[in-house]
Design a protein around this ligand. Structure first.
Ligand SMILES: NC(=O)c1ccc[n+]([C@@H]2O[C@H](COP(=O)([O-])OP(=O)(O)OC[C@H]3O[C@@H](n4cnc5c(N)ncnc54)[C@H](O)[C@@H]3O)[C@@H](O)[C@H]2O)c1
Length: 283
């Protein structure tokens, strides 16, 4: 059976991408955020993403503005996800923010509904422990830009059941995405590795070895990567990168995850990457 309505909690950088992807695949959504400004920014961003989608992908539908807006209910009230068949959480990468959301979702959503945690680094087992349904909590680590990336990293927490994985696979099939399923430790596979090279690239820049353009060019032109580490950090959002490094450092107590001071300073200065118009590069 196809999913008809999915709840999306947190509509910032990645949550708005998840919403655009749902809409492009004919799935309705209830979009929740505490911030009216985030809801407004998400609405404008989704309209733009959906409008440009057919230019970038031949198989993307041409949807009118009204068709898009008709498919998404934007709200600040978490209770409105109560009728959703699946809930994807994308709030700020901070356990103090995520934990109360899961405690509330557990009370709001029907007993059979699964929660997909779109976190960069926080353990899915830990997230499951904030609910009375840890078997129905699973990690879905979407990649940015969501509607363009065909693969997601899916994380099985300690108690995630085979049924929950099957449920998520049904949703991903509707979104025409493939899953790479891995086990659970903070940062999973992708971010435990990628945040080391983004952080080290920031140290290299801080130490004055090369310009940001040169650092990225070495990865693209010498290693054949599509994007360099500093461009990738800008795309994710430097605030999210710093929070993720802090989660990794606190979890493993390993100094290799200590956050580059320049990264933290840039976030404090409001230079958070693409979403703020400036990070290692200017947008
Ligand atoms: N940016 C990426 O490329 C990326 C990729 C995969 C996963 N993630 C993960 O997704 C999550 C969100 O990241 P982001 O980059 O979109 O961050 P963001 O800062 O752009 O967005 C976070 C959103 O959560 C909202 N929020 C905060 N508290 C809330 C609450 N109590 N209820 C509802 N909404 C709340 C904020 O208002 C904001 O709109 C993080 O856990 C991050 O690690 C990010």
């Amino acid at each position: 059976m196809n999913f008809k309505t999915v709840g999306v909690v947190g509509v910032g950088n990645i949550g708005s991408g998840v919403l655009a992807s749902l809409v492009l695949h004919g799935i309705r959504a209830v979009a929740v955020d505490v911030s009216e400004k985030s809801l407004e920014t998400a609405r404008a961003g989704i309209l733009q993403t959906v409008r440009l989608a057919p230019v970038l992908r031949k198989d993307a539908p041409k949807l009118t503005r009204n068709e898009v807006l008709e498919r998404i209910a934007f709200t600040t009230r978490l209770e409105e996800v109560s009728t959703c068949e699946f809930i994807i959480e994308n709030v700020t990468e901070d356990w103090a923010v995520k934990k109360p959301i899961y405690e509330r979702l557990d009370r709001i959503a029907s007993a059979g509904v699964c929660f997909g945690a779109n976190t960069s680094c926080i353990s899915i087992t830990r997230i499951g422990s904030a609910t009375s349904r840890p078997d129905k909590v699973i990690g879905i680590h979407f990649m940015n830009p969501v509607h363009m990336m065909p693969t997601v990293e899916v994380i099985r927490g300690q108690h995630t059941s085979a049924e929950t994985l099957a449920t998520l696979n049904r949703l991903l099939a509707q979104l025409k995405k493939e899953a790479i399923v891995v086990n659970d430790l903070p940062g999973f596979v992708s971010n435990r590795i990628s945040h080391l090279f983004m952080n080290e690239a920031a140290f290299v820049f801080q130490d004055g070895l090369a310009t940001a353009a040169q650092i990225d060019a070495i990865f693209k032109k010498c290693f054949g990567h599509k994007m360099g580490p500093l461009e990738t950090a800008d795309l994710i959002g430097l605030d999210t990168v710093v929070s993720s490094l802090d989660v990794l450092y606190d979890s493993f107590k390993d100094s290799k995850f200590r956050c580059c001071p320049l990264l933290r300073k840039m976030v404090e200065a409001g230079h958070c990457g693409r979403k703020s118009g400036r990070g290692f590069h200017v947008y």
